[in-house]
Structure formats: structure tokens, C-alpha cells
Design a protein around this ligand. Structure first.
Ligand code: GTP
Ligand code: PEP
Length: 207
């Protein structure tokens, strides 16, 4: 039987999301929100297309994000009363009660389903994580089957996940490791091949 996983994807409200990318869209809030939404939609579309992913649920209190996700057939849960990324992920994991749960960041616009699939298989049933391309952050965290997610996202999360006993998965998965926080990240993701929504929302300087 295939070892399938349910993924929780956290998405901030668009007016607060991706502040380090603000300059990329010249400070225009409408273009910025469109880019932040496109990053999340391309990430989630790739996750949905991954054979080992059974279900994807976003955690967001932004109705515009929830509506766009619903159009992809993806359910959204509102954020819990406790603020913060890890609280949102814990809430999602508790609500889903999946046999195997994972957390995927929502800013992977070049994500390729075959790379996500390869990482899921490399975990081989262990609690595991994929570091971002710099090796300091985390793009994917997987619980062991039946186990807790125990998310420790935030500054230096790769080290924190390692210290908490999760296995670091390092493979030739550039699209899975290329989270987009800055203009430089966006250029790298562009070179890897962006999803269509992000490609359409790109600022003028990329063309
Ligand atoms: N639901 C929810 N998602 C969050 C929260 N904080 C961060 N995220 C999401 O977690 C992922 C990783 O966060 P970051 O890479 O720091 O993204 P960000 O906070 O939008 O970007 P910056 O403002 O530049 O820090 C992104 O998908 C965010 O949307 C939160 O409090 N709630
Ligand atoms: C929250 C995280 O993302 P970033 O470092 O991209 O803000 C993380 O990697 O834990």
C-alpha cells in the first residue's frame, strides 16, 4: 500500500504575507497580494498533483485565499485563536487527525510534483524535514505515520527540526528547496520554471 500523507499548508492573510518581497512589486499592494496568492496557488497545485499526497488543507483566515483554494478543490481551515505559524500548523494537524501528516510551506512556486514525491519516499516512514536551499529554514516537515508533527518553524528551523530528532532529507530537489522570500529567491525560482499563476503575476523587472 502506498504510504500517503495529508499536507497542511499555512497561508498568511495576503495583506501581511511576503513582506520581504514588497519591493519586488514596487510597493503596489494589489500586485503584491496577487503575487503572494499566486505563490500559494502554484505550491498547492503541485502538492495536489503529487501521487503520495492524499489531501491538502490550507490554514488561513483570508477569505480570498480560501475561495481560490476551494476553486482548486482544496479545503481551508481558519487559524486558531493562538497566533503564529506553529500554532496554525498544530491546529491543522489536530483537526485532520490523519494517519500521516506533513506541513508544506506555501512559497514554493517552482515546485515539481516528482520532487515532492521523491522527498516523501526518501522519508521512509521517519519524522523528517527538507531544509531550504540555504540549509537554515524548512520547506517540508513530515511526521512519522501515527506520530506528531511537532513543528518548529521560524528562524533556524532546520536546526530546530534536526535537534528535535527529525531526519534531514537532502536530495536533488531544487524546486522543493527554493522557497521564495526575496527578489533573489524569485529569480532563482524563475530559472527553475515557475508555475503558471506566479509566471502571470511576475513584476515587470523579471521580463
Ligand atoms: N496561517 C498562517 N500562516 C503563516 C503564518 N506565518 C507564516 N505563515 C506562512 O508560513 C509560510 C512561511 O512563512 P514565511 O516564509 O516567513 O512567509 P511570510 O511570513 O509571508 O513572509 P515575510 O513577511 O517576508 O516573513 C508562508 O506560507 C506563510 O504564508 C501565520 O501566522 N499563520
Ligand atoms: C518560517 C520559515 O520560513 P522562512 O525562513 O522562509 O521565513 C522556516 O523556514 O521555518
Amino acid at each position: 500500500m502506498r504510504d500517503e500523507v495529508d499536507l497542511v499548508v499555512p497561508v498568511k492573510t495576503l495583506d501581511r504575507a511576503k513582506t520581504r518581497l514588497t519591493s519586488a512589486t514596487g510597493g503596489d499592494p494589489v500586485s503584491h497580494a496577487a503575487l503572494a496568492l499566486a505563490l500559494a496557488l502554484d505550491t498547492v497545485s503541485a502538492a495536489v498533483a503529487t501521487p503520495g499526497v492524499r489531501r491538502v488543507v490550507t490554514i488561513t483566515s483570508d477569505p480570498a485565499v480560501a475561495a481560490e483554494m476551494a476553486a482548486l478543490g482544496v479545503e481551508s481551515l481558519p487559524e486558531p485563536a493562538q497566533p503564529g505559524l506553529n500554532a496554525a500548523l498544530e491546529h491543522g494537524a489536530r483537526t485532520l487527525r490523519s494517519s500521516r501528516i506533513g506541513a508544506l510551506q506555501a512559497d514554493l512556486p517552482a515546485l515539481k510534483p516528482d520532487e515532492l514525491q521523491a522527498a516523501l519516499e526518501a522519508a521512509r516512514g521517519r519524522r523528517a524535514f527538507v531544509p531550504d536551499r540555504q540549509g537554515t529554514g524548512t520547506t517540508l516537515l513530515l511526521a512519522a505515520p501515527g506520530g506528531e508533527l511537532d513543528p518548529r518553524f521560524g528562524i533556524g528551523s532546520a536546526g530546530l527540526h534536526r535537534l528535535s530528532g527529525a531526519v534531514a532529507l537532502i536530495g536533488a530537489w531544487p524546486s522543493l528547496r527554493c522557497d521564495v522570500d526575496t527578489e533573489e529567491d524569485l529569480r532563482l525560482a524563475l530559472a527553475l520554471g515557475l508555475g503558471t499563476r506566479t509566471a502571470n503575476a511576475l513584476p515587470a523587472w523579471t521580463t
